[in-house]
Design a protein. Structure first.
Length: 187
């Protein structure tokens, strides 16, 4: 009678609660997955670099190329002291690993500049830059968008963060294309 109806109600209540908890946890996992995947406009080329090299610090750079313009957003975690500069470099020892694009500070010629004063952070630090094909040609004579994107597709472009104590690079990682460096359909 009454006890069996209450037991049935309690079972239904627990089942609904378990289902709700399952839905919420699936939504949280889905939200994390979306947050971890880079965003871009339809037709953009997207690449990601995971930056490593210094204990207690790490980073992630997301590169986006769309309509003859590039942008890169770098987020560092942990802590670094006295960051002097960051740039995208062509990994080619024969040519001296030339700089392709300054991220911070922005380069106004082929000659790299340093932050003055250097920047230190704990927890997180984010910076970004945008550039176009004219900027690429100014930094590296004769550089075209086609050549730059070909180097990207080959995995030869590296994001590097420098500090006063690590002038050869505190954090670095190769830019790896999503969707084989082809324009994706957007998000």
């Amino acid at each position: 009678g009454k006890k069996s109806k209450m037991a049935a109600s309690r079972t239904i209540f627990h089942a609904i609660g378990a289902l709700l908890l399952l839905c919420l946890s699936a939504a949280a996992v889905g939200a994390r997955r979306v947050a971890d995947s880079p965003k871009g406009l339809g037709g953009a080329i997207i690449a990601v670099a995971n930056l490593t090299g210094t204990p207690g610090a790490s980073g992630r750079a997301v590169f986006n190329w769309y309509n003859e313009r590039g942008s890169v957003n770098v987020t560092l975690k942990g802590s670094l002291t006295n960051i002097t500069m960051s740039h995208i470099q062509w990994h080619n020892k024969t040519l001296g690993n030339p700089i392709m694009a300054g991220i911070i500070p922005r380069m106004v010629s082929w000659m790299p500049k340093m932050l003055d004063p250097p920047v230190s952070y704990t927890k997180s630090y984010t910076f970004n830059a945008t550039f176009d094909t004219r900027y690429l040609a100014m930094i590296t004579r004769g550089m075209t968008a086609k050549t730059f994107l070909s180097l990207l597709e080959q995995g030869n472009l590296v994001v590097i963060v420098y500090t006063t104590d690590q002038p050869w690079g505190a954090l670095q990682g190769p830019l790896i294309c999503k969707a084989d460096c082809k324009s994706h359909t957007g998000y």
